[in-house]
Ligand binder design. Structure first.
Ligand SMILES: [Zn+2]
Ligand SMILES: [Zn+2]
Length: 256
């Protein structure tokens, strides 16, 4: 049993064979997924996919790379959608200093507004972080994001920062990079952080795990991530699957 907590099945890379990809995921034991929508194009399709499949849920938010494009009406729209029965989180949101499409101050403002919204509707948040760790941690603290908690998605930071995030009520989600031979930090995190605070994800179609690195990623490959975590912890794949699925259920409030 596996829960892929971050998929972009709404990406155009899946337009040709979306249903087959979902079928392959089920065959690989991936029973649950959250499709993440992050702009005007990807949000409606995330909702549509979640509506038409059992055990597939949606998250709605605004990506930091496109922060400059977000208008007040988009925020109202996200708030409205948060009441949809298949929407389980707000995001992805955060900061991305790799791309310079949106100025840092705009990114920060859009990030803060979404945290505020999530607190208003009492839903967990999904954090996207690229080269912005310290600013992210500072904003989460300043905005008291621990009130709702959430996910540090595709986490690639240190064990120390991971512990800080866990204290703020966040789960650490590991993706394809934990399987890369040169990825020291994600492997250290997988070893050091208790399984009760970990999740697994693909972030497909991006970041395919070894040995599929460089190809289109898909939810079935989350098994490779879970296997790597199991190996690093010296426990079974079943235990990783069960515990991380249980964690996801608790976080997304699916067990109530
Ligand atoms: Zn992301
Ligand atoms: Zn993503």
């Amino acid at each position: 049993m596996l829960f892929d907590t971050h998929v972009h099945l709404n990406a155009r890379q899946f337009d040709e064979d979306r249903e087959e990809v979902i079928k392959r995921a089920h065959e690989a034991g991936v029973e649950y997924m959250v499709v993440v929508g992050f702009d005007r194009e990807t949000i409606p399709l995330a909702i549509e996919i979640a509506e038409s499949h059992d055990n597939i849920y949606a998250a709605v938010g605004w990506h930091p790379v496109d922060a400059i494009d977000m208008e007040e009406s988009d925020l109202d729209w996200i708030k409205e959608l948060s009441a949809h029965p298949k929407v389980v989180a707000i995001g992805e949101m955060g900061l991305d200093y790799h791309w310079d499409k949106s100025p840092v101050d705009v990114q920060k403002e859009v990030f803060r507004k979404q945290i505020e919204l999530a607190k208003k509707v009492q839903m967990p948040i999904i954090i996207h972080n690229r080269e912005a760790t310290q600013d992210i941690v500072d904003i989460l603290k300043e905005e008291n994001a621990g009130e709702v908690g959430g996910i540090m998605h595709c986490y690639s930071g240190s064990v120390e920062i991971a512990r800080e995030c866990i204290e703020m009520n966040f789960y650490i989600s590991l993706g394809g990079p934990v399987t890369f031979k040169n990825a020291k930090k994600p492997k250290e995190v997988a070893e050091a952080i208790d399984l009760d605070h970990l999740l697994v994800e693909t972030d497909c179609p991006f970041l395919a795990p070894h040995p599929n690195r460089g190809t289109r990623n898909e939810p079935a490959y989350v098994k490779l991530v879970a296997e790597q975590v199991a190996e690093l912890k010296g426990i079974s794949l079943e235990e990783v699957g069960q515990t991380t699925t249980r964690n996801a259920f608790k976080l997304f409030k699916l067990d109530q």
